[in-house]
Each structure stands twice: as C-alpha cells, then as structure tokens.
Design a protein around this ligand. Sequence first.
Ligand code: GYE
Length: 305
Amino acid sequence: TVLAQGMLPKLAVKSTYRVGFAQTESNNPWRLAQTKSMQDEAKRLGYQLVYTDAAGSTAKQVADVRSMIAQKVDAIFLSPREDKPLAPVVKEARDAGIPVILLDRNIDPALSKAGADYVTFIGSDFILEGQRVANWLIKNNAGKKNIIELEGTTGASPANDRKKGFDDTIKKAGGFKILASQSGNFARDTGRQVAETLLQAHPDANVIYAHNDEMAIGAISALEAAGKKPGKDVLVLSIDGEREGVQNVADGKINYDVECNPRFGPAAFRTLQGYAKGTKYPAKIINADRDYTLATAKSGLAGSY
Ligand code: GYE
C-alpha cells in the first residue's frame, strides 16, 4: 500500500525501537556533545541506535540515510548537513514508511514540509541567534563598526539563518559596514585561514562575527598572529557556547557568545515516543539558548560542553 501524499507514516507504540541517527560530522565539541546526548538517551531507554557519521560529506550523508532505509529502522533522526541535497532522502524514508525527525539543522521549506514529509524540526532559532549577536553589537560597539563575517558551512541552514538574522539587523541599525563575509566551514583551521586572508585585505576591520566558536577561536589565533588583541582591538562575537568558547569569553577574547544547545537526546526521544502515541507537533520545536558575556562566562563554564 502506498502512503498518500501529505501523510506521515505511523510509528507503532513499542517498548523498544531501532532508530537511526545520521550525524553530519564529528570534528568539534558541539557535534561530540550532540552525539553523546543521543547515545546516552538511547542507552537509558534501552533503544538501539544505528549511528552514522557523514564526516563532512553531504553525499555520504545521503548514502547513510539510504542505508538506514534499507535496514528498515523504525525511525530516523537526521541532522542535514545542507538544506537542499537531503530533501530527496527525507521523502524516500517517508515513502518507505519510516518517520523522520530533523535535528539541529533544517531542510529548505520549499523542498520538504513538516507534518507531511517529516514529523518536526527540533533545534535553535538561528535567525534569532544572529539577531542577538547584532543587537549586542549595536549596544556595545564602542565605535567599532567595520565587520568581517565568518560564515558556517555553505548551504547549511544555521549558516544561512545566522547570516540573515545578523545582516538584516545590522543594516537596519545603520552606520555599520560588513567589509567581507566568507565561509570558514564551521571549522577552526579554515576559520583561522579565512580570517588571516580577510584581515590582510581589510586592515581597518575591528569586529569579527563568526557563526560558531570553532571559527571564532581560529580567528583569535589569526588576530594574535597579526599582533592585534582579540576582544580589545577587534571585537569577537560568536555562537555555540562550547567550553573553550566560554573560556575565551571569560578571558576577554570573545566579547559575546550566544549558546546553541547541542543536548538533543531527551527532547528527540520524547518526541519520538509522543509521535507514536499520536501527539501532533508544530513544524518547529525550538530550544531555549542562554548567552555569555564577561560578567556571566565564569559561572557558565561548568554548564558548557
Ligand atoms: O553551531 C556548529 C556545528 O548545526 C547548529 O553546526 C549546528 C552547528 C553548530 O558544526 O558548531
């Protein structure tokens, strides 16, 4: 029997499940914390977790999801590396009768619909994260208004939205200049290299906005190598709240850091169980995120990851 379009596959109420988790990559503390949270919760519940790591390759992640479909897992948790190329496999899973829950990154809403192709998206409001960084800068810039932006992975929903939230708010405020905006792939070393090149091309830059802590930490190395004091000569603004990021806030090298909570396990599995029992979910379930400044970083360190 073929499932009618616009309808999600059902999930039986069972005492245990075999569930896929298709991770994007494992090269930073955020990813490791997310994976650990998923594994811990699966273990606590006595569920089997079929875990794959796309190692930063969108093509591998597509293949990973297809292999989960072939293994007939009960449900799939997917953190889509990019927001377009994963849309077809979300539909393939649905057509195979396997419900998909999107975790942490979204799929382009023009290509897949919550409640029809997948159950729901659980994660942060990335536009709001970008807006929060912009609003901090608008209040606390102390005359520093020449911005270099380090974007996340090209085509990833948090990169698109962190840019949009920040850029739109900064433009509306007036008086700021985004001198350059380039992808550092959410990675420390790429972030350092891109920051180095952009700082050479724009010696008048006095703000760096990085879409995650790994790139911010890379940018701090680039600034120090160029003889500039991060957090003083050049303001550094970031997102994630990983432990090393928060430590850099406490040290005065990152001025403002919005948390992006990676601990998805409890909410992910609660949603799976609720879905099996017939609970209706909204298109997005948004995590609450705190933020870190010099005043709060020290006390926040213990709760960071
Ligand atoms: O900010 C970054 C990670 O998708 C929200 O991906 C996530 C982002 C997170 O690699 O550090």
